[in-house]
Design a protein around this ligand. Structure first.
Ligand code: VGL
Length: 200
């Protein structure tokens, strides 16, 4: 087994006080840092994604411009490239991150598989090059980017787990629905304490 960790969109705009702040986001950032302190060695690859939108236009309808956002398909302006809101939350220690994926440059992009790393490589190519077979997914938001990234990982033939203690969602109902959908798709719904018993 060759396992990767996906850290989805742990960015200032997605935590409390951010442009699209999600309740519990800051705690997720700190919790992922603790996971990495204890278990970094169990991962062959750690990949973190960031939404990286244009500040010039509506990013393909992703930003609500002339109407109120519906918080499903349209959103307040968030994670504009090179602004503080797009940076990783300071409680997330990124020193153990191997691959930084940016996505959403001018378009909506919920899944980490829609982005590229600093060399321009796509997530699927990086996984193939590293021989990854298993992926644990954590981050923000459960009902949007975490959901889309985990579903895509299954589509790419990965064995996927999601840690419910290290995710935070925009809304309770859609987050519950997302977890149910992920379970049906074959994602193992777990929490990070399963790592404590894992052989290292
Ligand atoms: C996200 C809403 C809009 C996410 C991104 O990271 O889950 N949610 N853009």
């Amino acid at each position: 087994m060759t396992r990767a960790l996906f850290i989805i969109d742990v960015q200032n705009d997605f935590v409390e006080g951010g442009a699209l702040g999600v309740e519990g986001g800051a705690a997720v950032a700190a919790g992922i840092t603790r996971l990495l302190e204890a278990h970094r060695d169990e991962y062959s690859l750690v990949a973190a994604s960031r939404d990286w939108h244009s500040g010039e236009h509506d990013n393909g309808g992703h930003f609500a411009v002339d109407a109120e956002p519906d918080f499903v398909d349209t959103w307040p302006s968030h994670c504009v490239a090179d602004t503080p809101g797009a940076e990783y939350h300071p409680d997330l220690d990124t020193t153990g991150v191997d691959v930084h994926i940016r996505k959403g440059q001018g378009v909506p992009a919920y899944s980490i598989f829609e982005g590229t790393d600093d060399a321009g490589d796509r997530m699927s190519d990086v996984l193939a090059a590293r021989g990854i077979t298993d992926i644990d997914v954590v981050g923000i938001a459960t009902d949007h980017c975490v959901r889309a990234s985990a579903l895509d990982a299954v589509e790419h033939g990965q064995h996927v787990r999601i840690f419910t203690d290290l995710i935070a969602g925009v809304a309770a109902e859609s987050s519950e629905a997302a977890l149910a959908e992920l379970g049906h798709a074959g994602v193992v719904i777990a929490d990070s304490t399963v790592l404590a018993g894992a052989a290292s």
